[in-house]
Design a protein around this ligand. Structure first.
Ligand SMILES: Cc1cc2nc3c(=O)[nH]c(=O)nc-3n(C[C@H](O)[C@H](O)[C@H](O)COP(=O)(O)OP(=O)(O)OC[C@H]3O[C@@H](n4cnc5c(N)ncnc54)[C@H](O)[C@@H]3O)c2cc1C
Length: 371
């Protein structure tokens, strides 16, 4: 059987970052990316890309401008709390909105230019042997990285349980003319109905927006319910290309076994439970997994340590905030605090979109607004 140092399953943001990072860590490493889809391919998403995700990719030698060229840079964010408090402010740095059919294709092309190879193949089975991993009886790898998304086959193969329904969201997205008053602003809107649930409108810069609606799987919602939620929060919007997909939310403690099989991105359940943002966590975890993967048999433990060091505090804080956010009055108070104070707003944005923390300033201002 053909042997590779690192096999990456999935060529989305986590897999692309992983391949580039493995080649950066060891330019002689033989790195193969397997994906079941032909690229460029679509991915059901809100298409919002946090600036911190682009920073991670820049660190891997990938030019951010080449990834976002021709699409909107959105300077403002509007948040509506379950109780109806609305805050709109400039973000500390603008976010980008690029359709995933474009972004992921550009990113994978850039990653492959590091010297990794791509092959179209649907992975069905892994066998972990003492010195290597067999992939579908067709090739062997020193290390396999599962970057194969929300329904990860690699995660199942190493016995890591999927998220429980209360830690799994489902969301539907489509494309529409930018809703009235929402040009140049990323809008995230919630209501008390079916809380925690939210809708969004992210403008692409060409008069259209990615719009969508999501809630927790544990609520038992179906497609009709998702469409009803979308119509409730974004009334009068005509949407096409509607598709739904699941979001494995972070629980604060990613489960990464020792050994030669690593999990990154959605396969590792790293989506921010407050906002559904996952691309930053996908590229960051992919980059850390790629750097660890060239280490061979100790890769799992090395990657787990790196992930804890880089993201551990954030993951604990976002899980705590997510738990607290199930109480809508608390959310209202945080949104009012963010309306009062740009620094609280910035802290809340960093907690929801990148590696931020639940700061003392956010907590004390929110407690004051609770009274
Ligand atoms: C409706 C919705 C809206 C969202 N909005 C946003 C947003 O606005 N911003 C944001 O940052 N995040 C958002 N997210 C989350 C974001 O889409 C994910 O976190 C991100 O795509 C994770 O990247 P990934 O590389 O881990 O997985 P994916 O992007 O899912 O890539 C996985 C890849 O693996 C391949 N694959 C799967 N199984 C196999 C197999 N068996 N063999 C070979 N290949 C395989 C797939 O073809 C795919 O290319 C949203 C998610 C949803 C569902």
């Amino acid at each position: 059987m053909e042997h590779w140092d690192v096999v990456v399953v999935g060529g989305g943001p986590a897999g692309a970052a992983c391949a580039a990072a493995a080649r950066q860590a060891d330019p002689s490493a033989r790195v193969l990316v397997l994906d079941r889809a032909a690229f460029p391919r679509d991915k059901v998403c809100g298409d919002g890309i946090a600036p911190e995700a682009l920073d991670v990719l820049a660190g891997l030698g990938i030019d951010p401008d080449g990834l976002t060229d021709g699409y909107a840079s959105v300077p403002r964010l509007r948040l509506r709390s379950p109780g109806g408090t609305t805050v709109e402010r400039a973000m500390h740095r603008p976010a980008s909105v690029v359709p995933r059919a474009v972004f992921d294709g550009r990113l994978l092309t850039a990653a492959l230019s590091s010297g990794a190879e791509l092959r179209r193949h649907t992975v069905r089975r892994l066998r972990v042997r003492p010195g290597h991993v067999e992939v579908d009886d067709v090739l062997t790898a020193g290390v396999v990285v599962g970057a194969d998304g929300a329904e990860s086959v690699v995660r199942r193969a190493v016995g890591v349980a999927p998220n429980r329904p209360a830690q799994l969201a489902i969301a539907i997205r489509g494309y529409a003319a930018v809703p009235a008053g929402m040009d140049g602003v990323q809008a995230i809107l919630t209501t008390e109905q079916r809380w925690p649930a939210y809708a969004w409108s992210f403008p692409l810069g060409d008069g259209r927006a990615n719009v969508g609606y999501g809630e927790l799987v544990s609520g038992g919602v179906n497609r009709a319910g998702l469409l009803a939620g979308l119509a409730r929060l974004l009334p009068g919007v005509t949407v096409d290309r509607l598709r739904a997909h699941r979001l494995p939310l972070s629980t604060g403690r990613p489960r990464q076994p020792d050994g030669r099989v690593l999990l990154a991105g959605d396969a590792a359940s790293l989506i921010n439970p407050l906002t559904g943002e996952g691309i930053f966590y996908a590229v960051l975890s992919g980059a850390l997994a790629g750097a660890a993967a060239v280490g061979g048999g100790d890769a799992g433990a090395a990657y787990r340590r790196a992930l804890r060091q880089r993201l551990g505090t954030h993951l604990t804080h976002s899980a705590t905030a997510s738990w607290a956010s199930r109480w809508p009055r608390g959310m209202d108070a945080v949104f009012r605090a963010a309306a009062d104070d740009q620094r609280v707003f910035d802290d809340v944005v960093r907690l929801g979109l990148a590696d931020g923390r639940l700061t003392g300033r956010t907590l004390t201002t929110a407690v004051r607004r609770l009274r």
